[in-house]
Write a protein that binds this ligand. Structure first.
Ligand code: NDP
Length: 336
């Protein structure tokens, strides 16, 4: 990160790719650190919030410091380890740096790759934080029932595509909104959504929801916020639930948009609940087992958008805010 980016659309100029000396790639057995080679790293919308200097610490993740390396979840190979549970050659996932080699000072935060039969990159997405976010947010917070009507925004992304498919597995009727016809096509013909629409082409978002849900929405899985939430509220069914996962439309704004339709929370007796994936870390093992099976059996199809090399990383991160990514945005840094 070159400097704090207070407001406005994130641009590539906020970041810089520089050559530096690699850290020593071997550590003594007495040290407590681990050196890893980074293979894949994840591009995440919340990273935008870490680029703002907060007067109080951000509650999701610590602020980035200008001049220091960005961090996010990744998949890595251990090169050298001072930790008794990890050895050279192990494949792991967890928070790492946007660089070729990283010294991990708290190796207990790393997890082993338990399903090597799946593509390694999956642990920087569907088998990692993003899959857990979708799984916990949908099953634990939305608490779906068979036959319910589910709406998902940013439905082709890392989290949205999984939520939609979990809704189908549960026997729900699911519709997604996305920003291109190509994504509409993916939702309907690859992920098995019942319906989808391109919100950039719809003149009236609320009317699009009325068309797709003449009977109303039971569960809204919120990834976007702002005008999208405003359009959803009047379309909710009595006793509906809104699971607030993210609000990407707000992350670049100085002042969040005002939501006009909040009164519907009362008249429709809605329950609105936010969550963070790490609240559900204790559910990870169960999630990992179930998701691995869904993927092996192709009950869940997963689409990734993999940019090659660190030079491509700033553009890939910026692209999340214009919808350039089709599926989970990753950076491939090195081969195993
Ligand atoms: P995605 O892979 O969905 O990428 C972001 C997508 O958001 C883009 O592809 C774009 O798709 C859409 N988008 C961007 N700007 C706007 C806008 N102004 N209006 C409408 N859509 C927009 O990202 P993730 O799946 O990683 O994240 C989805 C949401 O989940 C985010 O809000 C994120 O912050 C949140 N999140 C929350 C977590 C938690 O623990 N609560 C954990 C992880 C993510 P399109 O082309 O359709 O516009």
């Amino acid at each position: 990160l070159k400097r704090y980016v207070m407001t406005g659309l994130l641009t590539e100029h906020a970041m810089e790719v520089v050559m530096t000396k690699a850290p020593p790639l071997t550590v003594s057995a007495e040290s407590s650190v681990v050196v890893v080679k980074n293979l894949y790293i994840s591009c995440d919308p919340y990273m935008r919030n870490q680029m703002i200097r907060h007067d109080t610490p951000s509650s999701i993740a610590p602020d980035f410091i200008p001049g220091e390396v960005l961090t996010s979840c990744g998949v890595m190979k251990v090169l050298s380890s001072g930790h008794p549970d990890l050895k050279a050659g192990d494949l792991v996932w967890g928070v790492t740096g946007w660089e070729e080699y990283t010294v991990i000072n708290s190796p207990e935060s790393l997890s082993k790759i338990n399903h090597p039969e799946l593509p390694l990159s999956y642990y920087a997405g569907v088998m990692g934080i993003h899959g857990l976010t979708a799984y916990a947010g949908f099953f634990e917070v939305s608490k779906p029932k068979k036959g319910e009507y589910v709406f998902v925004s940013a439905a082709c992304g890392a989290v949205g595509q999984i939520v939609g498919q979990l809704a189908k597995i549960t026997g729900c009727y699911v519709v997604g909104s996305v920003g291109s016809d190509e994504k509409v096509n993916l939702l309907k013909h690859k992920f098995g959504f019942n319906d989808a629409f391109n919100y950039k082409k719809e003149l009236d978002f609320e009317a699009a929801l009325k068309r797709c849900f003449p009977q109303g929405i039971d569960i809204y899985f919120e990834n976007v916020g702002g005008a999208t939430l405003d359009a959803v509220l009047p379309n909710m069914r009595l006793g509906g639930r809104i699971t607030v996962c993210g609000m990407i439309s707000q992350y670049n704004l100085e002042h969040p948009e005002r939501v006009q339709n909040l009164f519907y929370i009362i008249t429709k007796r809605l329950r609105i609940e936010g969550f963070l994936s790490f609240d559900y870390n204790c559910r990870y093992r169960q999630f990992e087992r179930e998701m691995a099976e869904y993927l092996r059996e192709e009950k869940v199809i997963y689409v990734e958008d993999i940019a090659e090399g660190l030079d491509a990383a700033p553009a890939a991160l910026v692209g999340l805010f214009s919808g350039r990514n089709i599926g989970k945005q990753l950076i491939a840094i090195a081969q195993e």
